[in-house]
Design a protein around this ligand. Structure first.
Ligand code: 5AD
Ligand code: FES
Length: 360
């Protein structure tokens, strides 16, 4: 007979089988898992929820990931690239509203004009905020030299999702060419860590072909890699992408949502001091999705501060929330929601990953 959930939750080491068992928990067992993960969060992280003002500055991307709505091969996307002064305005907004940190996220590009542009933007943001605003970037795979340039210009956290730690599954959700290699992804993560970034990764949950064992391995991978921050969310099929043809075999959206919550809870139990973001994709399934994730283990939220007119074009997946609200609306609704989830906003703080500090 398999172990009781209560018994597993008393352990401080977890085998792959234990993790699979936790990920498959339902009803009262799932409740027990969530009680434990919220306790661990409160003990190790406290109630503070940190803001990262998210600017999705461009949907121009050279990659062709089979799941992503803004892949280069999707001719139906209206491509945009927000002007630098607009990006700086959003950064100023984040600074003035005491967000503590911002995230610059965009499709992957790496021509030298682009690299230099980002370098300058980082310097400008540091300047306009008197070095007060923390900056996370998320612009995909780059050379070690580029990562270093951006680090020297002021970025100190980087998000690069591994998408799946299983190379076979990775190859099923990406085109079969050198531009989309799992090994390169791992090499990039290693460079980021070596350079000194607080390094973030994550996976999609509920992908076609994905098993519980894959997800358990994803959690073990994050632990093994000694990752500082994680953002993971449910996979949401997009009808303008090749992966859409597998939609009939997918878990239903609500089950993907619950499984994501369990992934967050298990990760919090196993990696007590990392930063875990409550992914926007959760809100696409449940209007209170992000708050539910904060309650059971996440501690970071990324309010969208992208200038409103472009939001509707950054659709990595469909039914994306908040695409027609101004940044101000988002701040207000966010405060109320976080209070509801029994959290407190850590205004004006960088909210660095404690794990990063502990491993220095
Ligand atoms: N569903 C959910 N998440 C997606 N992403 C891209 N496409 C989708 C999708 N269809 C996620 C990827 C990527 C991040 C920026 O968005 O994990 O790393
Ligand atoms: Fe842009 Fe995957 S489609 S990085």
């Amino acid at each position: 007979m398999s172990k009781k959930i209560e018994q597993i939750l008393l352990q401080d080491q977890f085998s792959k089988d234990d993790i699979i068992r936790l990920l498959q928990s339902k009803d009262d067992e799932e409740k027990a898992l969530f009680v434990k993960s919220s306790e661990i969060k409160l003990e190790n992280i406290g109630k503070n929820v940190h803001f990262r003002g998210l600017v999705e500055f461009s949907n121009i991307c050279k990659k062709d990931c089979l799941y992503c709505g803004i892949r280069a091969g999707n001719p139906k996307v209206d491509r945009y690239d927000i002007a630098d002064d607009q990006i700086l305005k959003a950064a100023k907004f984040a600074h003035e509203h005491n967000y503590g940190s911002m995230v610059l996220q965009g499709g992957e590009r790496s021509d030298s004009a682009f690299v230099d542009r980002i370098t300058n933007l980082l310097k400008e943001i540091k300047k306009l905020s008197n070095n007060e605003l923390g900056i996370t970037i998320s612009i995909g795979e780059q050379s070690e030299e580029t990562y270093k340039k951006w680090f020297d210009a002021g970025a100190h956290r980087y998000l690069l999702r591994v998408e799946s730690s299983n190379p076979k599954l990775y190859s099923k959700i990406h085109p079969d060419n050198d531009e989309h290699s799992h090994q390169t992804r791992l090499k990039c993560l290693k460079s980021l860590q070596d350079i000194g970034y607080q390094t973030g990764t994550g996976v999609m949950i509920g992908l076609p072909f994905q098993t519980y064992e894959d997800l358990a391995n994803d959690i073990l991978f994050m632990k093994e890699f000694d990752i500082d921050m994680v953002g993971m969310g449910p996979f949401i099929e997009h009808d303008q992408t090749p992966l859409y043809e597998h939609k009939d075999g997918l878990m239903n959206l609500n089950d993907r949502f619950r499984l994501t919550l369990r992934m967050i809870a298990v990760l919090r139990i196993i990696m007590k001091d990392i930063n875990i973001a409550s992914a926007t994709a959760l809100q696409a399934i449940d209007p209170l999705g992000r708050e539910k994730a904060l309650k059971i283990g996440a501690n970071i939220i990324m309010p969208n501060i992208t200038p409103t007119q472009e939001r509707a074009n950054y659709l990595l997946y469909q039914n994306k929330p908040c695409i027609d609200e101004g940044a101000d609306d988002c701040t207000n609704c966010m405060e109320a929601r976080i209070n509801m989830a029994d959290g407190e906003i850590g205004y004006g703080q960088w909210g660095d990953s404690k794990h990063f500090k502990n491993r220095q």
